[in-house]
Design a protein around this ligand. Structure first.
Ligand code: ADE
Length: 252
């Protein structure tokens, strides 16, 4: 998969995406990541890419022309108009299913805004998807673009090895991942749960599923509503909630 990041800070995104699993996947030819410097496309003498908003108001806006020409340079090179994401707090919040869906694309353009935003007219012409990474405001789209590249890349076949596989991780089936333990068997007086040392695979699976449900009910009750549980598991959730409510009342 090929990522094309349109940005005023190419070094920032390239440095952030060169290490660990993403760097290895690039070396293996599974991914390519390029940063296109929007400033290289300005026709303005002093390489300016921003100007005051018509109608007044705070801050500067990125102008349409350099953004459009930077985008067109990618389109001309790859020979088609790929999905183009504008990173903005005004989009729907990025989720794991969205990461999986974007991972099906051959090319993806990520447009990073700065200052107070980008001239609306160019957004209308080039953007196919508006995406936010959460309900807070950052100074630019670079960190959100890096977050998206990371999450999407790990969904590209071959990027994760079998050991790192994404199949039983948090958000699969709208449940959080169960707790995990490694050596030593006892640390700070805390022992690894007995069942994990038993070698009894069916019991281990049962314990992990129960832990996932417990965790999700406790930490992310909003997710649990969408989870696919058996009747018996829903009864367990009800029992947990009752118990937590009683405990809460006792501490009042
Ligand atoms: N740009 C500024 N803040 C952002 C956010 N929360 N998500 C995506 N892009 C942004």
């Amino acid at each position: 998969m090929n990522f094309h990041i349109l940005t005023l800070f190419p070094d920032m995104v390239m440095q952030g995406l060169s290490t660990s699993i993403i760097g290895r996947a690039k070396d293996r030819g599974l991914l390519s990541i390029e940063a296109v410097n929007i400033r290289d496309y300005t026709l303005e003498r002093h390489k300016k890419v921003d100007d005051y908003p018509y109608g007044g108001g705070a801050g500067m806006l990125m102008q349409a022309q350099p953004v459009y020409d930077a985008w067109m340079s990618v389109v001309n090179r790859i020979g088609y108009k790929p999905r183009t994401v504008y990173l903005t707090p005004q989009g729907p919040t990025f989720t794991q299913p969205m990461a999986k869906n974007f991972a099906l694309e051959k090319d993806l353009i990520l447009l990073c805004g700065h200052y107070e935003g980008i001239d609306e007219r160019v957004l209308e012409e080039i953007v196919t998807d508006y995406v936010s990474i959460g309900d807070y405001v950052l100074t630019g789209g670079e960190l959100p673009a890096m977050v998206m590249v990371d999450a999407i890349s790990r969904m590209v076949p071959g990027v994760l090895t079998n050991d790192e596989s994404g199949s039983t991780e948090s958000f699969e089936g709208n449940l959080l991942e169960y707790p995990q333990y490694s050596r030593p068997e006892e640390w700070h007086g805390k022992k690894v749960p007995e069942v994990l040392m038993s070698g009894h695979h069916a019991n281990i699976e049962k314990w992990r599923r129960e832990q996932s449900i417990y965790r999700t009910a406790k930490r992310r009750p909003d997710l649990l509503k969408k989870a696919d549980l058996t009747n018996k598991e829903w009864n367990y959730v009800r029992q947990l909630r009752k118990q937590w409510k009683e405990e809460e009342e006792q501490t009042k």
